[in-house]
Design a protein around this ligand. Structure first.
Ligand code: NDP
Length: 320
């Protein structure tokens, strides 16, 4: 089978299309023919080595496809089932062996590409808006990079829960996407603090969902109301430097958290519960998963270059 391997950490050019033996489903595993693999920011961290993984390895965490064979000791899945996953290294490939515990069934109303696009970023948006800072009706919150993968879904979910979204984006094309996703106000990063104070009558926003990191962190804290929540969930612009806790005091008893999806899908019940909610929203039309870009698997390097150059919008997929 064909797959994208990282033999040494580095820039997108290190992503090489290789031919390897098709894996087999071991104990507790499913062998899946991949219909679409998701492109995620974490893939760039693993490629570059900022999240180190021993090389060589096949990149990719997320995808959807059809079960080709079922390994020993697996209950509840059969050949031909459609499944999706968000945490199985080796997904930039034509076929992958995944732990059955990571596989979620894809319901009939959800296409493979949509399922692949909804897992990692969709579950992230879901846990951020329902658990990390659960949106209350009428809340104003900031969603940074609202035209991006997580941001586009998070904006919609905040609206579903009755919140108001102050969105940031870098271009007018992206601003239009954020508006179409339901954002109440869209501004550039430089305009964000003033806009946050304006829409809240000088009080500040209830929460900031910040996956941008280094370049937005200070402004995000400054935009919060007393006892507001700073949900720092990523570092697209680089990691945030160490922080003096006194800043949370001077900012008004702020809450700072740095969550990851793995902390919000601790067991099978939590994984299935969150996935059911996301697939339910998709099936009933209340959450629109937009695939902005499709790249042939062989062009993974171009996909990474585009993602890091801020050229992508909404979800990007690799098609084997
Ligand atoms: P996006 O599709 O959102 O792409 C990143 C976006 O960030 C860009 O399009 C860009 O939007 C914005 N951005 C601002 N500054 C920069 C910069 N200097 N370099 C690059 N991009 C910048 O990516 P994802 O949705 O895949 O991920 C968003 C963030 O969420 C990432 O940090 C990722 O690691 C994190 N994440 C965290 C998870 C968790 O559970 N903690 C799970 C999933 C993702 P614009 O041009 O509009 O500024």
């Amino acid at each position: 089978m064909r797959a994208i391997q990282v033999t040494e950490h580095g820039r997108p050019e290190v992503l090489a299309l290789i031919d390897v033996a098709t894996p087999e489903a071991g104990g507790g595993q499913l062998l899946v023919d991949i219909a679409a693999a998701g492109l995620n920011y974490i893939d760039t961290y693993q490629r570059s080595g900022s999240y180190p993984i021993e090389t060589p390895f096949i990149l990719g965490q997320e995808g959807a496809g059809t079960v080709r064979s079922v390994g020993p000791g697996v209950d509840g899945f059969s050949v031909g089932d459609r499944v999706a996953w968000k945490n199985c290294l080796g997904s930039y490939a034509e076929t992958v062996a995944i732990p059955a515990a990571e596989a979620v069934p894809v319901p009939d109303g959800v296409e493979d590409e949509v399922a692949a696009a909804a897992m990692l970023q969709g579950l992230t948006a879901q846990y951020l808006a329902t658990s990390t800072y659960p949106i209350q009706g009428g809340d104003w919150v900031v969603v940074h990079a609202a035209a991006g993968g997580v941001g586009h879904l998070l904006t919609q979910i905040v609206k579903l829960r009755g919140g108001h979204v102050l969105a940031t984006t870098s271009t007018s094309e992206k601003a239009a996407l954020a508006t179409a996703a339901g954002a109440d106000r869209v501004v550039t990063y430089d305009e964000m603090i003033d806009a946050a104070m304006e829409v809240t009558g000088g009080v500040g926003v209830a929460a900031v969902y910040d996956g941008v990191g280094a370049s937005t962190f200070d402004d995000s804290l400054a935009a919060l109301r007393i006892r507001g929540t700073m949900a720092l969930f990523g570092a697209a612009s680089g990691p945030v430097p160490p922080l003096d806790p006194q800043r949370l005091n001077s900012g008004g008893g702020l809450f700072l958290t740095r969550p990851s999806l793995v902390h919000y899908t601790r067991d099978r019940d939590e994984l299935i519960g969150r996935t059911d909610e996301v697939f339910g929203w998709i099936a009933d039309g209340s959450l629109r998963v937009q695939v902005g870009h499709r790249y042939p698997l062989a062009e993974a390097a171009r996909a990474h270059t585009d993602l890091e150059a801020r050229k992508t919008t909404a979800k990007s997929l690799l098609i084997p």
